[in-house]
Design a protein around this ligand. Structure first.
Ligand SMILES: [Fe+2]
Length: 251
C-alpha cells in the first residue's frame, strides 16, 4: 500500500492542493495527522478536502482549540485570534466533523495487521512536541508499533530509536529522490512528514511524506505552491499579518 501522509494543513488550501497535485499517481490512500484548521484562511475548504480524500484522520490541538476546547488557553495571541476567527467561519457540519475526530495513535491501515501508526504530537501524549533525540528515545516503550508518523512540530524529518539511543533520519538536504528505509524490526521509527500549510523548518515549500508499506520506504517531499495567494487570503480575511509573513519564511 502506498500512503500519502499529510499533517498540519492549518487551513492552507493553496498548499494542500499543491501537495495533492505534486503527489498525484504516487499513492493509494491518504492519512492525515491533524491540525487541519487554525492559522490559515480556508478552514472549510481544508476540512472538506480531508473529509473527501483521507481514509484515516486524527485530531490535532488546533482542531480541538478551533471548536472551543480549553487547550486554546495555552496558545499565543496570534493563534488564539486565528482560532476565534475559525470558530466563526466553520460550517456546523465541519465543526461537528472536527469534534468527532479520534485522537491518535491510530493504525494507518484501519486496524490491519501492519504496525504503522499515526499520532499528532507523540504516541504517549497528543500534545507533546518531539523536537530532539532525547525525547524521541524516551518514547521507545510508548511505541504502539514499529513505525509511528507524527506531526505537531512542523519540522520534516524523523528518528530511529532504541532504549537509551536515538538517531536522526533527515538527510542534510532532502530531495524527493531520497528514500529512507525503515528496515530494522528491533528499532522504533518516528517519522514526521512536515507541515503542509505552515512549515517551520526554514523551507517554505509545502511538506508531506510518501510511505510504501510493502517495502517500508519513506520519501520526504516538498511541493512549491502559491505562497502569495495563501498570504493574500490571510490578509483579506483580517487574520494577523504575521501569519501571512511566516509562510514566506518557513518559520
Ligand atoms: Fe500544527
Amino acid at each position: 500500500m502506498r500512503i500519502l501522509i499529510i499533517s498540519d494543513i492549518h487551513a492552507n488550501l493553496h498548499a494542500l492542493r499543491a501537495v495533492s497535485k505534486h503527489a498525484e499517481g504516487k499513492y493509494d490512500r491518504v492519512a492525515c495527522l491533524g491540525d487541519i484548521v487554525g492559522y490559515g484562511a480556508d478552514p472549510n475548504g481544508a476540512c472538506e478536502w480531508v473529509r473527501e480524500y483521507c481514509a484515516t484522520t486524527i485530531r490535532g490541538n488546533h482542531d480541538r482549540a478551533c471548536i472551543g476546547d480549553a487547550v486554546v488557553q495555552d496558545f499565543n495571541d496570534n493563534a488564539q485570534l486565528a482560532c476565534a476567527w475559525t470558530l466563526q467561519e466553520l460550517t456546523e457540519e465541519n465543526r461537528q466533523w472536527l469534534q468527532n475526530l479520534p485522537a491518535g495513535p491510530l493504525n494507518v491501515l484501519d486496524g490491519g495487521k501492519e504496525d504503522f501508526f499515526i499520532c499528532h504530537g507523540s504516541p504517549r501524549d497528543e500534545d507533546e512536541y518531539i523536537t530532539d533525540k532525547m525525547t524521541a528515545c524516551s518514547l521507545f516503550s510508548s511505541m504502539p508499533g514499529n513505525v509511528v508518523f507524527f506531526g505537531h512540530t512542523h519540522w520534516q524529518g524523523g528518528y530511529r530509536i532504541a532504549p537509551g539511543r536515538a538517531w536522526e533520519m533527515l538527510p542534510p538536504k532532502p530531495t524527493d529522490a531520497d528514500r529512507l528505509h525503515l528496515f530494522d524490526p528491533d528499532k522504533g521509527y518516528l517519522m514526521n512528514p512536515g507541515s503542509v500549510g505552515q512549515p517551520r523548518d526554514n523551507d517554505p515549500r509545502a511538506a508531506y511524506a510518501l510511505f510504501d508499506s510493502e517495502d517500508r520506504m519513506v520519501r520526504l517531499c516538498r511541493a512549491e505552491y502559491d505562497i502569495q495567494g495563501a498570504q493574500k487570503a490571510i490578509i483579506d480575511a483580517g487574520l494577523p499579518s504575521f501569519l501571512a509573513f511566516r509562510l514566506g519564511e518557513g518559520i
